[in-house]
Design a protein. Structure first.
Lengths: 356, 251
């Protein structure tokens, strides 16, 4: 255990250290106190007031009641003020302010009360009241800060999920891919080359398969593989003899459910980073096997293989996150060098998806 | 007559640019249409064109790499598909580029600009462009430089460490590797080897010669326009062609 120093400022004035910005307060702390909260505060105060009045001598009830009302007004004003700034420094200011006011109040009353025992009883009752109030303010600030922090955290997580979905869609619809393909289509249309029709058909098929695919949480491997094949057909038309590819997947895997775009991303990575940068192009193999209850899918290219200095990109991070979300720890993605040089990505998934 | 080089690794866009260029600039002569960066650079050295249209993503050497090597020796127009991150840098740096599929009107504008400033760019402009290209080149992922060469000699395959190589020389269909303890022939063409070597160590000094700069003893001016390299502890000299003479200008 590392030695932790004492935080002296927390001893002097405890409370949440984080001061929220105006923007954070607007996003997560713009709500007024709920009626339930106000009612429970009122009931608690009434209970305390009752106890204080019971303890004090009957002769001082009028004075004490007035003092308690003043305390309630003061306390609720401080609470309201803290509601919009729930962190340590305003808390300290409010607590000092309330305590100072009550001390003045005690001195003021004592001056007019002749009996010493009565004076002491009033002072005791008011000091008890103010310590409860100061503690209540502290509770309020801690509770409110936690509430705002939780809301901010939730918002950040929601934004992250949206960002991830957006990036996924962007990664699939890479404009570079689209426009490069269109450049070939345009030229072959202009020159009345037959390859135009085939390339356009493959591109259309790819778009038709991928666009609706990403709206769903899971797709059948059959659909995903159809999109992969369309993609490879497009790249084949563009790269010509520089691309050789083969898909060999067991019949048993056709019904396998997986998060959409996983295989497509692996295949795109193999083509874009493994084969396209090679002068002579290369070969891509997609192989799927069922072993017991586990599906093994490999995407192998014979490009330059893993680069030690290259970090996993958005596409791969995305895949890992979605696999974990869909299958928990039962799914795995292993990346590394292929046995004969090149790059190999291996995906393992449970064949049957149980929702447990 | 303006001599033009075109480079794109995909056939259709290359052909499209070629056809569009014929329309937009009938007087230009396309001296080479290369299918990758390595061929583009080799064709540049062979033909010394005035204008180069370079695709950015190409195998071997990228369009950025080729442009960096060309320096101020020719005008460069990049050709790229929408979505390339370099485009933003080009916009900021006033570098000419065309988007694929190449639009006839945009091409005509680019040609007009090229014809308007026929002389190579000003020194300041060229230096700025070089800095931008260097920056873009650093962002690209590239494989680690080649560490070992495998040369078949008779029945054995010799492993030659690249850091022991003194120089490489094109020898018809082969590349001759001269190293500390002899020489050998490998099948990889010099132009392809170039893209796999560490640029800092191996300097290309001629279309058919790459030399490990640590072995250069002196650059000797033979006559106007001719420089030879003398090597440490060796009797042979290596020629430096015109494009590379700026490497040896003294301080």
């Amino acid at each position: 255990m590392p030695h932790k120093p004492i935080e002296w400022c927390q001893l002097l004035h405890p409370g949440p250290k984080r001061a929220f910005t105006t923007d954070e307060m607007a996003r997560a702390g713009s709500d007024s106190p709920s009626p339930t909260l106000l009612a429970s505060a009122a009931i608690n105060f009434a209970a305390i007031a009752f106890v204080v009045l019971q303890l004090a001598p009957a002769s001082q009830t009028a004075r004490l009641s007035a003092a308690l009302v003043a305390l309630a007004v003061l306390g609720s004003a401080a609470a309201r003020w803290l509601w919009w700034r729930p962190w340590a420094r305003p808390l300290l200011q409010a607590q000092l302010g309330v305590t100072a006011t009550v001390v003045l109040m005690v001195l003021g009353i004592s001056w007019r009360v002749p009996d010493r025992a009565d004076r002491e009883a009033i002072a005791l009752a008011l000091i008890l009241g103010v310590s409860l109030l100061v503690t209540a303010l502290w509770f309020l600030v801690v509770w409110r800060a936690n509430q705002i922090e939780a809301r901010l955290r939730e918002q950040a997580e929601r934004e992250k999920a949206i960002e991830m979905a957006r990036r996924l869609a962007a990664a699939q619809m890479e404009p570079h891919f689209l426009f490069n393909t269109l450049a070939s289509v345009q030229h072959w249309v202009q020159t009345k080359d037959d390859r135009a029709a085939a390339l356009l058909a493959a591109l259309t098929g790819y778009l038709r398969a991928t666009l609706p695919m990403f709206n769903r949480p899971m797709v059948a491997a059959k659909e995903e593989l159809a999109a992969v094949e369309r993609y490879l057909q497009v790249m084949q038309a563009r790269m010509g003899t520089r691309l050789v590819w083969r898909c060999d997947v067991d019949e048993a895997l056709q019904g396998l459910q997986l998060p959409p775009g996983v295989l497509l991303t692996l295949v795109e990575n193999a083509v874009v980073h493994g084969l396209e940068p090679q002068l002579g192009g290369g070969e891509l193999v997609l192989r799927g096997r069922a072993q017991g209850a586990i599906a093994h899918i490999e995407v192998i290219d014979n490009g330059p293989g893993p680069h030690p200095a290259i970090q996993e990109g958005v596409g791969l991070t995305n895949i890992r996150a979605r696999l974990a979300l869909a299958c928990g720890t039962k799914a795995s993605l292993t990346l590394g060098p292929a046995p004969d040089g090149g790059f190999r990505a291996e995906l393992q998934l449970p064949l049957k998806m149980d929702k447990s | 007559m303006t001599r033009v080089l075109i480079a794109d690794d995909e056939e259709a866009p290359r052909e499209q640019l070629l056809a569009a260029l014929k329309q937009a600039w009938p007087s230009a002569q396309v001296v080479a249409a290369a299918g990758n960066g390595v061929d583009a650079w080799d064709a540049f050295l062979e033909h010394e064109p005035d204008v180069c249209f370079l695709d950015i993503r190409m195998p071997g050497l990228s369009g950025i790499d080729v442009a960096r090597r060309i320096g101020d020796q020719a005008q460069v127009v990049f050709v790229t598909a929408f979505g390339d991150h370099a485009v933003a840098a080009f916009d900021a740096g006033a570098v000419d580029y065309l988007l694929k599929p190449v639009d006839a009107e945009r091409l005509a504008q680019a040609v007009q600009r090229l014809r308007a400033r026929r002389s190579p760019a000003t020194a300041d402009g060229a230096a700025g462009m070089q800095a931008l290209l260097r920056q873009l080149a650093e962002q690209m992922r590239r494989p680690a430089p080649l560490a070992v060469l495998q040369a078949g000699v008779g029945r054995e395959v010799r492993m030659i460490r690249t850091d022991e190589v003194i120089y490489f020389e094109s020898d018809s269909r082969y590349t001759r590797v001269v190293h500390a303890s002899g020489d050998a022939l490998i099948r990889t063409p010099l132009k392809e080897l170039l893209a796999q070597l560490d640029e800092q160590v191996f300097w290309q000094v001629h279309r058919s010669v790459i030399v490990n700069h640590r072995h250069i003893a002196a650059a000797v001016r033979v006559d106007e326009g001719h420089i030879h390299l003398a090597l440490r502890g060796r009797s042979e000299t290596l020629p430096v062609s015109r494009h590379f003479q700026a490497l040896f200008k003294g301080q």
